[in-house]
Design a protein around this ligand. Structure first.
Ligand SMILES: C[S@@+](CC[C@H](N)C(=O)[O-])C[C@H]1O[C@@H](n2cnc3c(N)ncnc32)[C@H](O)[C@@H]1O
Length: 604
C-alpha cells in the first residue's frame, strides 16, 4: 500500500488478483484491468521505426496492443525493447512504436496472452525515475471495435476490450452494448488479474519454467558482454573472464543454462491461495462511491465491506483498501472466506477499518503477526514450501550465523533460528521490523535480532561487527523486492571473504540475473572478493494463474566450488583406482582353466 510495499510483490496481476478462484470466475472490477483507451496507436504501424520481418499484427485488434505511459521522452524504440525483453523478461514483443519527445509508446504483442502477461511486469515498474503504467491502446476504428463487441459477446474468447466504451462497467450498462460490455469486462478483469487462468496448470508451469530458464540463459551472455567490455584492456583481464563454469562445453551440456535448474515446484493450492487483496476505491460513472472487484457476481464479504465503511467515505479520486485473512495452511476452503483485517490507505497512512491491527499466520509451526504495511508472502502454503527448500539448502549447523537480508516480518530467519547460533535480520520497513521482534518473542526465540535500516546502508556495518568465529560460520539469505538488491549490498557481501554460501530468493528472475552478474564477475577494484558461481536454481510457483514465479538460487564462492569439484574428481579417481585394483586382485586369485584341470570347451 505504501510505494515501497508495492514493490515487493509482482504487481497488478497478483495484488489485484482476488484469491485466484474469484479471478477465474470473473468476480472482479474492471478498474483493476487498467485505464480505458486514451489514445489510438498511430496509423501506418507497418512502417514503424522498429519494423521487423514478421508481418505486422492487425492494428484493429486491441487484444495484442498496449500503451505504456510515463516513459522517458528521450527513450528510443531500442531502449523500450531492451526494457521489455531484457530487463522485464517479457516474451512476444512484436513491435514497439515510440515517437520521440512523447512519454508513451505503443507495443504490439504476438498474442493476447503475452500482452496480458506483460501488464503485470510493466505496471508499477520504475524506469528512469518514473513509475510505468499501461493502458489499453484505443483501436483505430472505434465504430468497428464496438460493433465487434456487440456481435462478439461471449464469443470474443478472451479478447481484451474496454468496458466503459462498451456501455459501463458491467453494473450500470444498458442495452445490447452494455450487456455485452459487462460480460466482456468481467472476462477482461479475470484476464488482467490472473492472465494464465485459461491455461491448464501443467501448461502454466511449463511457461514459468521457460520464463525462468530464459532469464537464466541471459547470465552467460551478460557475463560475455561484460567480458568484451573489459577484454579490450589487457590479456590479463581477458584471462580473468575465462570462467570454467561458463565454458562453452559446460554451457552446451546444460543447454545454455549457467547451472542446473530444477523443475518448477508446483503450488500446493492453486485456487483461493491469496491471503491479501488490494482494492481501488473511487467513484463510478454515476458519481457513487465504489469499491473495486464488484463487477460481475459480487462476493458478499466485499459487498459488506463497501456498505460498512466505504460508502460513508468520500474518496477524492483513488484510495486503496487492503484486506487480509490469516488461515492455517491447508484449511483454505474457498475464495469467499471472510477477511480478518482491513486497512485503508489514506494521506495520513494506513487506518484499520476492519478487524484487528494485524493478522496472524502460521508457518511451519511458528506463529507470525503481520501488520498491514508489512510484507508477507501472499501464498501461505507456498511460503512454507519456500522455507522448507531454504532450510534444506542452507547447510546450517549449531554454530551458524544467519544473515537474513530484507527479512520482512522475520519469516526466514525465525524458521531457521532453532538450528543456528544467531540470526540477524535487516529490513527497511519499521512495521515489519516491529513484527519480526514480536514474532521472535511470541515463538520463544531469543537468538534473533532485527535491524531497521536499508540493507545498502547496514549490511557492511553488520558484517564488520561479527567476530572472526561468527564470520567463519556465516550464511546469508537475501530476499529483496522485485527490483533486486542494491549494488552496495552485493558489494558488501562479496567483500566479506568468509561468506562462502549465499541463497538468493528472487520474485523476478531478470532482476536476479542483473544481481548475479555482479556477484559472479571477476574480482576488480569495484567488485572486491572472490567471485561467486551459480550452483543450482529452484523455481517455485507461489502465484498460480499469474506469469510470476519465485526463484531460489544457491551461489558459492568459485574457490569453494573448485575445492569441491577437485575433491569429487579425486574421490572418483580413487574409486576407479580401487576398482582396477579389485579387478586385478580378482583376476590374480581366479584359478585358470588349466589350473582347474581344464574346462571343456563348448566349441569342442
Ligand atoms: C520480498 S520481501 C521479503 C520479506 C521476507 N524475507 C519474507 O519472506 O517475508 C522484501 C522485503 O524487503 C524489504 N526492503 C525493501 N527495500 C529494502 C531495503 N533497501 N533494505 C532493506 N529491506 C528492504 C521490504 O520491506 C520487504 O519486507
Amino acid at each position: 500500500m505504501q510505494p515501497e510495499a508495492a514493490e515487493h510483490q509482482p504487481q497488478a496481476a497478483t495484488e489485484a488478483a482476488p484469491l485466484a478462484a474469484e479471478a477465474a470466475t470473473g468476480q472482479q472490477d474492471a478498474s483493476s484491468s487498467g485505464p480505458c483507451p486514451t489514445d489510438a496507436p498511430p496509423s501506418g504501424v507497418a512502417g514503424s521505426e522498429a519494423a521487423d520481418k514478421v508481418p505486422p499484427p492487425d492494428p484493429n485488434d486491441p487484444a495484442v496492443q498496449m500503451r505504456i505511459n510515463n516513459l522517458s521522452k528521450w527513450a528510443t524504440v531500442k531502449d523500450v525493447k531492451h526494457l521489455l525483453e531484457r530487463r522485464l523478461g517479457l516474451t512476444g514483443v512484436r513491435k514497439v512504436r515510440k515517437i520521440s519527445n512523447q512519454d508513451y509508446a505503443f507495443v504490439y504483442f504476438q498474442s493476447a496472452q503475452e500482452r496480458l502477461a506483460a501488464d503485470s511486469g510493466i505496471n508499477g515498474h520504475k524506469w528512469k525515475g518514473s513509475v510505468l503504467s499501461t493502458a489499453q491502446a484505443k483501436p483505430l476504428d472505434p465504430d468497428r471495435h464496438l460493433k465487434r463487441e456487440r456481435e462478439g459477446g461471449e464469443g470474443q474468447g478472451g479478447k481484451r476490450v474496454c468496458a466503459q466504451q462498451a456501455g459501463g462497467r458491467g453494473r450500470g450498462g444498458s442495452g445490447e452494448a452494455g450487456e455485452a460490455g459487462g460480460a466482456a469486462a468481467a472476462r477482461t478483469a479475470a484476464d488482467a488479474a490472473a492472465p494464465l487462468h485459461r491455461l491448464e496448470y501443467a501448461a502454466q508451469l511449463e511457461q514459468k519454467q521457460h520464463f525462468v530458464e530464459k532469464a537464466l540463459r541471459r547470465l552467460p551472455r551478460e557475463m560475455q558482454a561484460a567480458a568484451h567490455r573489459v577484454a579490450a584492456r589487457s590479456d590479463t583481464q581477458r584471462e580473468r573472464w575465462r570462467m570454467p563454469w561458463l565454458s562453452q562445453e559446460r554451457l552446451n551440456q546444460r543447454h545454455g543454462l549457467p547451472c542446473p535448474v530444477a523443475p518448477v515446484l508446483p503450488a500446493a493450492a492453486t485456487h483461493g491461495y491469496r491471503n491479501k487483496c488490494e482494492f481501488t476505491l473511487g467513484r463510478d460513472e454515476d458519481g457513487s462511491v465504489a469499491v473495486g472487484f464488484t463487477l460481475g457476481t459480487v462476493a458478499s464479504e466485499l459487498a459488506r465491506l463497501r456498505e460498512a465503511f466505504v460508502a460513508p467515505l468520500d474518496p477524492p479520486v483513488r484510495l486503496s483498501l487492503a484486506v487480509r485473512r490469516g488461515a492455517p495452511p491447508g484449511e483454505y476452503k474457498h475464495a469467499g472466506e471472510p477477511a480478518e483485517a482491513g486497512g485503508l490507505e489514506t494521506a495520513e497512512g494506513v487506518e484499520t477499518v476492519l478487524g484487528r491491527e494485524y493478522i496472524e499466520e502460521t508457518l511451519l509451526g511458528l506463529s507470525f503477526r503481520i501488520s498491514p504495511d508489512a510484507f508477507f508472502q501472499v501464498n501461505t502454503l507456498g511460503a512454507e514450501s519456500l522455507l522448507t527448500l531454504l532450510r534444506a539448502q542452507c547447510s546450517l549447523g549449531p554454530d551458524s550465523v544467519l544473515l537474513d537480508v530484507c527479512c520482512g516480518t522475520g519469516t526466514i530467519g525465525l524458521a531457521m533460528a532453532r538450528s543456528v547460533k544467531r540470526v540477524i535480520g535487516i529490513e527497511s520497513n519499521a512495521q515489519a521490523v516491529a513484527d519480526a521482534a514480536a514474532n521472535a518473542a511470541r515463538n520463544g526465540i531469543t537468538n534473533a535480532e532485527f535491524i531497521c535500516a536499508k540493507a545498502e546502508q547496514a549490511t557492511r556495518q553488520v558484517l564488520e561487527r561479527l567476530t572472526p568465529s561468527e564470520l567463519d560460520s556465516l550464511v546469508a539469505i537475501v530476499d529483496p523486492p522485485r527490483a533486486g538488491l542494491h549494488p552496495d549490498v552485493v558489494k558488501a557481501l562479496r567483500r566479506c571473504a568468509p561468506l562462502r554460501r549465499l541463497l538468493f530468493v528472487a520474485c523476478h528472475a531478470p532482476a536476479f540475473v542483473t544481481n548475479a552478474v555482479s556477484f559472479c564477475r571477476p574480482t576488480s577494484p569495484s567488485f572486491a572478493g572472490v567471485p561467486f558461481e551459480l550452483v543450482q536454481a529452484w523455481p517455485i510457483d507461489l502465484f498460480p494463474h499469474t506469469p510470476h514465479c519465485e526463484l531460489v538460487t544457491l551461489l558459492e564462492r568459485s574457490d569453494l566450488v573448485a575445492e569441491r569439484e577437485a575433491a569429487q574428481e579425486a574421490a572418483q579417481a580413487a574409486k576407479q583406482a580401487q576398482a582396477v585394483q579389485t579387478q586385478a586382485a580378482e583376476a590374480a586369485s581366479t584359478p585358470t582353466d588349466a589350473a582347474e584341470g581344464g574346462a571343456v570347451s563348448v566349441w569342442g
